[in-house]
Design a protein around this ligand. Structure first.
Ligand code: FAD
Length: 540
C-alpha cells in the first residue's frame, strides 16, 4: 500500500546543496529531505581541496569572475558567474554559522591557491573540506524542528501532469512538478510525497564511467529523473576528468577511485609511462603543471598509444618527511594499498570527476518545470560553461541553494499543496535472480562503453558506436524494468543509461572542440557556434 506524505518542500539529496537549501527553507517552511543512502554519503563528503570565494583584501570580485570565465572557455553565463562570486562571501559566512570549521592561520581563514585561480582564495579544512562541511550541515539539520530527513529513500520519478490521464496533454511549457514517487528501500514500498515545491539536489554522474572519483551514489539519477519529466537539460558533453586517480588492478567497478590531488604535481610530481619515458613536454610547455584537461588528454593519449592501463606519477625525489607532511591522506591511503609513495611511483589513471552540464536553471534555481528547482552538481546554472574552475562547485551549490530558498519563499506564499489525487505507483511484477545477474553485466558494459568511446578524447565514429550500444542496453533494461517490482539497482541502472545517452547526444551535437569536450574530427574551437546544447524529452 502506498503512503502519501504532504509537505511544503521536498528536497531530493543530502549533499551540500540539499542540506544547505533545507536549512535556509526551514526558516519559513516545513521540509522533507529524501536521500538514497545514509545522509552523509555524497560527492560532497569526498571533496578534498576546498571552496573558492573572495575572502581577502588582495582579491576582488572582478578577479574571481575573470578566472571563472577563462576556465569556462566562452560558455559561461556572465550573470550567473557574477551572482555566484558576489554572493559567495555571505554564503561562506552561513557555512561557518552552521558550524563548519575551516582551517585558520593566525586567526584568519587559511586561504590557498589552486590551478586557474589568480589569487589565494580557497577556504579549506585541511584536505577533508567536504567531510567537515557535510558533518556540520547534517548536525544543523538534526537540530532543526522543521526538517524531516528520510534516509534510504530513493526518488524514482517526479509527479507531473503526465501521471494523470486527464492532464497528460498539457504542453511542456506549462507543466508542474507536484512532488515525487519515492522507494523506501527498507520496507520495499513506493510512497508518494506531494509538495508545493521540489528541489533536485542529487549530485553527479561519475558512475557512468569505468574510472571515477565519485562514490557509488553518483548514478546520474537527477539528470534522468528531470529529463523523463520533461525538464530542459544542458551541456551534458562537458564532463570533467581528473588526470590522476589511483590505479588499482583489482578495481571494483562501483567503488570510487582515490584522488591523487593536483597538489602532488604542484609539489614537483613527474609523470612517466610504464617504460620510464616522461611525456608531458610533448604536449604543453608547462609540462605537469598544465591545466587539468590538457594533462588528462595527454595521459589518455599515452595510454591509448601504448595499450597500457596506467602511467606513473613520481614524487620520490622529494624527502620522505616533506611528502608525508604535505600529503598525509594520500600517503596513508597508498600505503594501505601496498604503495609507499616516498619510495615508489604511484600508478595513476584519469577518472570522471564532475559534470558541468545538468538541469537548466535560471538565476533563482528554477528549472523549466513549474515548482521544480535544482541546485548543486545536478544543475546547469551557467557558472561553469565548458570547464569548471577548481573549487567553484561547492560555492555554486550554496549560492544557488540559497537562491532556490528565496524563490520558494515567494512561491509557497501564493500556492497550495495540490489536492489532486495522484495515482499510486504500480508496484506489480517480479524479477528472477537470473535476471538480476544481467543488471551487473549491463552496468559493466555501460561503464566500459562510456570509458572507451565517450571519454576524454572523442571521435564521431566512437560516439555513434557508443550510441548504438547504449540504445541496446536501454531497450533491454526497459523490458526488465516494465516487468519488475522496482528496486534500487534497476532504478540506478536505468538512470545511468539515461545519463549516458544524454552525454552522447550532446557530444554528437557539438561539432567543435571546446573546454572539456574534445572531438578529433572537429579539433578546433568554432567561435561562430558559442551555444549551449539543450535537450528536452519531447516524447511526453
Ligand atoms: C573526490 C572529489 C573531490 C572533490 N573536491 C572538490 C573540491 O575540493 N572543491 C569543490 O568545489 N568541489 C569538489 N568536488 C566536487 C563537489 O564535491 C561536488 O560537485 C559537490 O559536492 C556536489 O554536491 P551536491 O550536493 O550537488 O551533490 P552530492 O554531494 O553528491 O549529494 C547528492 C545527494 O543526493 C542523493 N541522491 C542521489 N540520487 C538520489 C535519489 N534518486 N533519491 C534520493 N537521493 C538521491 C545522494 O545520496 C546524496 O545524498 C569534488 C568531488 C569529488 C568526487
Amino acid at each position: 500500500m502506498t503512503t502519501s506524505f504532504k509537505t511544503d518542500v521536498l528536497i531530493i539529496g543530502s549533499g551540500i546543496a540539499g542540506l544547505f537549501a533545507a536549512l535556509k527553507i526551514s526558516e519559513f517552511a516545513e521540509v522533507i529531505i529524501v536521500t538514497k543512502k545514509n545522509s552523509a554519503e555524497s560527492n560532497t563528503n569526498y571533496a578534498q581541496g576546498g571552496i573558492a570565494s573572495v575572502l581577502s583584501s588582495e582579491d576582488s570580485f572582478e578577479k574571481h569572475i575573470q578566472d571563472t570565465l577563462i576556465a569556462g572557455a566562452g560558455l559561461c553565463d556572465y550573470l550567473a558567474v557574477k551572482k555566484m562570486v558576489e554572493e559567495g562571501p555571505a554564503r561562506i559566512k552561513d557555512l561557518i554559522k552552521y558550524g563548519t570549521e575551516f582551517t585558520k592561520k593566525n586567526g584568519q581563514l587559511d586561504l590557498v591557491k589552486e590551478g586557474g585561480h589568480s589569487v589565494s582564495r580557497i577556504a579549506h579544512t585541511r584536505d577533508f573540506t567536504g567531510r567537515e562541511v557535510e558533518r556540520a550541515l547534517i548536525q544543523a539539520v538534526m537540530n532543526s524542528n522543521n526538517i524531516h530527513l528520510m534516509e534510504n529513500n530513493i526518488a524514482i520519478d517526479l509527479i507531473t501532469e503526465h501521471n494523470l490521464l486527464q492532464l497528460r496533454d498539457i504542453d511542456l511549457e506549462n507543466r508542474h512538478c507536484f512532488g515525487a514517487y519515492v522507494l523506501d528501500i527498507a520496507s520495499n514500498k513506493v510512497n508518494k510525497i506531494v509538495s508545493k515545491a521540489t528541489v533536485l539536489s542529487t549530485g553527479g554522474l561519475g558512475q557512468v564511467y569505468l574510472h571515477t572519483t565519485n562514490p557509488k551514489i553518483a548514478t546520474g539519477d537527477g539528470f534522468a529523473i528531470a529529463y523523463r519529466a520533461g525538464a530542459k537539460i544542458g551541456n551534458m558533453e562537458f564532463v570533467q576528468f581528473h588526470p590522476t586517480s589511483l590505479y588499482e588492478l583489482n578495481h571494483q567497478i562501483d567503488k570510487p577511485s582515490f584522488l591523487i590531488s593536483e597538489a602532488v604535481r604542484g609539489f614537483g610530481g613527474k609523470l612517466f609511462t610504464r617504460d620510464g619515458n616522461s611525456f608531458m613536454q610533448n604536449y604543453d610547455d608547462r609540462k605537469e603543471l598544465a591545466p587539468r584537461d590538457i594533462v588528462a588528454r595527454a595521459i589518455d593519449n599515452e595510454l591509448k598509444k601504448g595499450g597500457e592501463d596506467f602511467v606513473y606519477l613520481d614524487i620520490t625525489h622529494k624527502s620522505s618527511n616533506e611528502i608525508i607532511e604535505h600529503f598525509p591522506q594520500i600517503y596513508q591511503t597508498c600505503l594501505s594499498k601496498g604503495i609507499d609513495i616516498t619510495k615508489e611511483p604511484i600508478p595513476v589513471v584519469p577518472a570522471a570527476h564532475y559534470c558541468c552540464g545538468g538541469v537548466v536553471v535560471d538565476l533563482e534555481a528554477r528549472t523549466s518545470l513549474n515548482g521544480l528547482y535544482a541546485c548543486g552538481e545536478v544543475s546547469m546554472t551557467g557558472v561553469h560553461g565548458a570547464n569548471r574552475l577548481a573549487s567553484n562547485s561547492l560555492l555554486e551549490a550554496i549560492v544557488f541553494a540559497d537562491s532556490a530558498s528565496s524563490s520558494i519563499k515567494k512561491l509557497i506564499k501564493s500556492s497550495q499543496i495540490s489536492s489532486i489525487e495522484f495515482p499510486d505507483w504500480d508496484d506489480s511484477g517480479t524479477l528472477t535472480s537470473d535476471e538480476k545477474v544481467l543488471l551487473t553485466h549491463s552496468i559493466k558494459e555501460l561503464k566500459n562503453t562510456m570509458w572507451d568511446y565517450v571519454g576524454i578524447v572523442r571521435s564521431s565514429q566512437r560516439l555513434l558506436r557508443a550510441q548504438k550500444r547504449i540504445l541496446n542496453l536501454k531497450e533491454e533494461t526497459e523490458i526488465l524494468y516494465k516487468k519488475t517490482k522496482v528496486f534500487e539497482e534497476i532504478l540506478e541502472l536505468r538512470n545511468l543509461i539515461q545519463s549516458a545517452e544524454l552525454i552522447i547526444f550532446s557530444a554528437l551535437f557539438r561539432k567543435e572542440s571546446r573546454g572539456l569536450h574534445f572531438n578529433i574530427d572537429y579539433p578546433e574551437k568554432d567561435d561562430t557556434k558559442i551555444i549551449n546544447t539543450i535537450l528536452r524529452n519531447e516524447s511526453l
